[in-house]
Write a protein that binds this ligand. Structure first.
Ligand code: C2E
Ligand code: CA
Ligand code: CA
Length: 471
């Protein structure tokens, strides 16, 4: 079945809620409440309707739902077939969805290809899910644009009053979170804001607040994992890894708190104090031993990053040639130009730049050619696979050969067994790190390592000092 176009692009009167008309009459007339393309109410009208419902439900405490959906891949349709076709689809969507919604519901176009719904008699999560499924089916029929027929789908998010919020803004926010969650699962998905989502948000807020305090109190610690020469077991340097233990939350992984600090906007403060702590520790190591430091994606889109690193090194009078900066491919990709500038600025003063987690992101070979790296760190997934998978060996060998040809050094990550270390040597890899050689350890432990080693046979041999690879 195909649905006819609305022609005028306006909704017939029966689809416009009477209460919305009343609201309109109450308005001073200066602000429009109607979307000119579809004839539906706009975001403002959706808010007025929701506010009114909230007011009514004050006396009658029954829940209700609001929802939103956006059309998947709408922009390419606009680009491909023109704005007029895009507007026609919006009008047809308005018609179809209005016809499918319960009588007392309200549909609004809230922006671009995004629509909002107020559903006064949709009380529970399961009801919202049902409506979502129904509307998804409504999208299944093609849209008739006259000269052509187009198929589109939409992704849906819903939430319930009062569980998700007591005001329109709160409800809208939660509905957006549900839609965001649905989008992550892919086109035509439906997500209702659930207790689990609420719990995740609460937990996130709790971690963020605790982290903010921890950063202010300089409580994030620098730990260090050795990088060794796979032939001699000599410690070549250490990678600094952030560690945070909160009194209530316990140990929180950097894979959780680093992205959180990025999103909450205090990654710079965190990085700065961590870098200072790392340098303070590295001073106690022999000056042939390097310090490797991770930069996050947010820092690679900030043109002042290189300067901040250099200023810190100058202030702490630390030799830039002992520093390696690790960056991931994904982190570089949001703003390659700025990332390139940062890389070049760092390298200009002798800092070495490492491409971290190689093999995970898009790993385009072009990336290695276009950017000037000094070394590549092979992701630990390949090293783990060496045990079971012959292919993994071929891949590692290919990466090592390619890097050799490009004049790049290679470090293998995540080496956990003697057998993996042996294979890596066989495959031509000469540097590595992993639990087999040493787990990340606090600053004191690294310093003690070298002090203890001073009396040992081979002063920089990891096995001699740490007893971590003694076979
Ligand atoms: P990464 O940069 O790839 O760091 C290596 C991760 O692998 C570390 O996890 C390390 O503890 C772990 N690892 C090392 N050897 C082994 C091994 O043999 N087996 C296994 N299974 N794992 C091993 P960690 O410390 O939990 O850090 C996770 C990620 O968090 C890091 O991945 C890095 O992306 C990020 N991160 C940590 N510290 C910082 C930091 O100071 N700044 C930034 N921007 N990111 C950081
Ligand atoms: Ca790293
Ligand atoms: Ca890595």
């Amino acid at each position: 079945m195909t649905y006819p176009g609305s022609g005028l692009g306006l909704l017939p009167d029966q689809y416009i809620d009477i209460s919305d008309r009343l609201i309109k009459n109450e308005e001073d007339g200066t602000k429009s409440l109607t979307d000119p393309i579809t004839g539906l109410g706009n975001l403002r009208r959706m808010k007025l309707k929701t506010d009114k419902l909230i007011e009514q439900r004050d006396e009658d405490p029954a829940p209700f739902s609001i929802g939103m959906f956006d059309i998947d891949r709408f922009r390419p349709i606009n680009d491909l077939f023109g704005r007029k076709a895009g507007d026609e689809i919006l009008s047809q969507v308005a018609l179809r969805i209005s016809a499918a919604l319960p009588e007392n519901a309200m549909l609004a176009r809230i922006s671009g290809d995004m629509f909002g719904m107020v559903l006064p008699t949709c009380f529970f999560e399961k009801d919202a899910l049902k409506i979502g499924e129904l509307l998804r089916d409504v999208f299944a029929a093609p849209f008739d644009l006259g000269e052509r027929i187009v198929r589109v789908s939409a992704t849906f998010g819903f939430c319930q009053y009062p569980f998700a919020g007591a005001t329109f803004d709160e409800l809208f926010d939660k509905c957006e979170s549900a839609l965001y969650q649905a989008r992550k699962r892919g086109a035509a998905s439906i997500q209702v804001y659930t207790h689990e989502m609420a719990q995740a948000v609460r937990q996130r807020t709790q971690i963020e607040q605790a982290l903010r305090k921890a950063v202010a109190a300089q409580e994030i610690e620098a730990w260090f994992q050795p990088v060794v020469n796979l032939h001699t077991k000599e410690v070549l340097g250490f990678e600094c890894l952030a560690r945070w233990t909160d009194a209530e939350l316990g140990e929180v992984s950097p894979a959780v708190f680093i992205p959180l600090a990025e999103q909450a906007g205090f990654i710079d403060a965190l990085t700065k104090q961590l870098f200072a702590k790392a340098i303070a520790c590295a001073r106690h190591w022999p000056d042939t031993v390097f310090l490797s430091f991770n930069l996050s994606s947010v820092q690679l889109v900030d043109p002042t990053t290189a300067l901040a690193v250099l200023l810190m090194l100058e202030k702490m009078e630390f030799d830039p040639r002992r520093i390696k900066i690790e960056i991931t491919e994904t982190a570089m990709m949001s703003d390659p130009q700025t990332a390139e500038r940062i890389i070049n600025d760092l390298r200009a003063v002798g800092i070495r730049v490492l491409l971290d987690d190689f093999g995970t992101g898009q790993s385009s070979l072009g990336r290695l050619r276009d950017f000037s790296f000094d070394k590549v760190k092979i992701d630990r997934s390949f090293i783990a696979a060496l045990d079971e998978d012959e292919q993994a060996g071929h891949i590692v060998r290919a990466i090592v050969n390619m890097c050799d040809a490009l004049g790049l050094g290679v470090i293998a990550e995540g080496i956990e067994t003697a057998e993996q270390a042996r294979k890596l040597v066989e495959l031509g890899c000469s540097a590595g790190q992993g639990y087999y050689f040493g787990r990340p350890a606090p600053a004191d432990a690294t310093i003690a390592l070298f002090e203890k080693a001073a009396g040992a046979r081979d002063p920089k041999c990891c096995s001699a000092i740490a007893g971590c690879c003694g076979d």
